[in-house]
Design a protein around this ligand. Structure first.
Ligand SMILES: NC(=O)c1ccc[n+]([C@@H]2O[C@H](COP(=O)([O-])OP(=O)(O)OC[C@H]3O[C@@H](n4cnc5c(N)ncnc54)[C@H](O)[C@@H]3O)[C@@H](O)[C@H]2O)c1
Length: 404
């Protein structure tokens, strides 16, 4: 196969993207450092859970438009879709992007297009261009560099990859146009042209915006708790204002995007991004606060009843009705409560996960039935049907009980 496109990184974003491009009749060579990932894809199978992805990959591989390998090969367009986590001190780690770029530097030729899709700090595309051109100065002005962030919703990736609008920014006008033409082959959503730095910032802005708005709701929940007001009722009423739209509070903010990406701004612009930094702190504090609330409820119960309560921790995922536990505040709370629980019986519940390597999981009905203190951390649908007896204490941190 003569590959037209090389995608580097075949995870939650890279694999669906590769399959989509391949199924529009463009030969794709996908690269991953994991031999298991490569072998699975070459067998026409998938290693991640995403609806409709299995058929898309099976078709693309069977028809010869998608193949995988551990090394890149010569192509016309290179897409970088590797992880961009942060380091211990909340500094962005772009070493995966750099190593993926280094792998393709020897293969680049005049007229090629290089695109980063990984969520990246502002200036990363220019930095990678400088790296490429420092090693291949003869390509100066002859290779196109662009950035195009991803904003799909896990669970609906195959639809959103095609139909979502995309923001596309090149390091210069020609690069932007080249990248627009590339995405125009398989994206039906509108393509919005800008420059690379704005496109990088756009992705970070989207997630920092969500984080800040959730922080506002979480801050309200702290105030309401002290003031004796039902925060969910309050928000429902405030949102009757035609120009007010407050989000819902919860037990913190988790996941691999909203809880991570704002740090890409605060790390590089610490003086200017104080509200964004405060939002991160507020959301992290909310988890700590929830754990303290459970601890206090446990102590009160013990004083009143002369015995340890049984506690049910309801939900571990980072949002309702999914099995994704990455950066989940509920896990953090469960760990803190467990550390403090002494001899108390603890039931940990996550109906979307069968097994967990740290926690012994209990059926949600059994836990809710046996616990003296029920701690609702994630508003999973299953929890909405539960009812409790009068002597049970219910700490609802995620609004399962709603505004009533
Ligand atoms: N998952 C999402 O919903 C989502 C949404 C928007 C943006 N993003 C961003 O997209 C990027 C990729 O995320 P993901 O969820 O697909 O990650 P992932 O962890 O699912 O997949 C990344 C893949 O890259 C491979 N890899 C790592 N280093 C490599 C290298 N040097 N060469 C080749 N392969 C390498 C890994 O083995 C892995 O299979 C990240 O920057 C992420 O922030 C993700």
């Amino acid at each position: 196969m003569q590959a037209k496109v090389v995608t580097v990184g075949l995870g939650y974003i890279g694999l669906p993207t590769s399959a989509l491009i391949a199924n529009s009749g463009i030969a794709v060579h996908g690269v991953d450092i994991s031999q298991h990932v490569v072998d699975t894809i070459n067998a026409g199978k998938i290693h991640i859970v995403e609806p409709e992805l299995d058929q898309a990959v099976a078709k693309a591989v069977k028809e010869g438009f998608l193949q995988a390998g551990t090394q890149p090969i010569v192509a016309d367009t290179y897409l970088i879709v590797v992880p961009t986590p942060f380091k211990g001190d909340h500094q962005p780690d772009i070493s995966y992007v750099q190593s993926a770029t280094e792998g393709i530097i020897p293969l680049l030729k005049e007229g090629d297009l290089y695109i980063i899709e990984s969520t990246s700090p502002v200036g990363t595309t220019e930095k990678m261009m400088d790296l490429v051109l420092s090693r291949r100065p003869e390509l100066t002005g002859k290779v196109y560099f662009a950035y195009c962030p991803e904003r799909v919703l896990p669970g609906n990736v195959m639809y959103e990859l095609v139909h979502n609008d995309r923001v596309i920014g090149g390091v210069d006008e020609e690069s932007t146009q080249k990248a627009l033409t590339f995405y125009g082959q398989f994206v039906k959503g509108e393509l919005h042209a800008t420059n690379a730095r704005t496109a990088e910032m756009c992705k970070l802005t989207e997630n920092a915006s969500r984080d800040s708005q959730i922080a506002f709701a979480n801050e309200l929940s702290l105030i309401c708790d002290k003031a004796g007001i039902n925060v969910w009722e309050l928000i429902r009423l405030a949102n009757k204002h035609p120009r007010v739209n407050i989000l819902q509070p919860g037990c913190g903010v988790g996941g691999h995007c909203i809880a991570v990406d704002p740090y890409f701004l605060t790390a590089d612009f610490p003086m200017e991004s104080r509200m964004i930094a405060q939002a991160r702190e507020t959301n992290n504090y909310k988890s700590f606060w929830c754990a303290e609330k459970v601890k206090n409820a446990r102590l009160e119960f013990e004083l009143k009843n002369g015995r340890q309560p049984a506690i049910a921790i309801m939900g571990l995922a980072f949002k309702p009705n999914i099995d994704d536990l990455r950066e989940s505040p509920a896990i953090h709370i469960a760990e803190r409560v467990l550390q403090d629980s002494g001899d108390a019986d603890m039931f940990i519940v996550e109906p979307n996960v069968h097994e967990h390597k740290v926690f012994k999981l209990t059926d949600y009905k059994e836990a809710a039935n046996k616990a003296d203190i029920v701690v609702l951390l994630v508003a999973h649908n299953e929890f909405k049907e539960l009812s409790y007896s009068d002597h049970q204490i219910v700490l609802d941190f995620c609004g399962v009980g709603g505004a009533n």
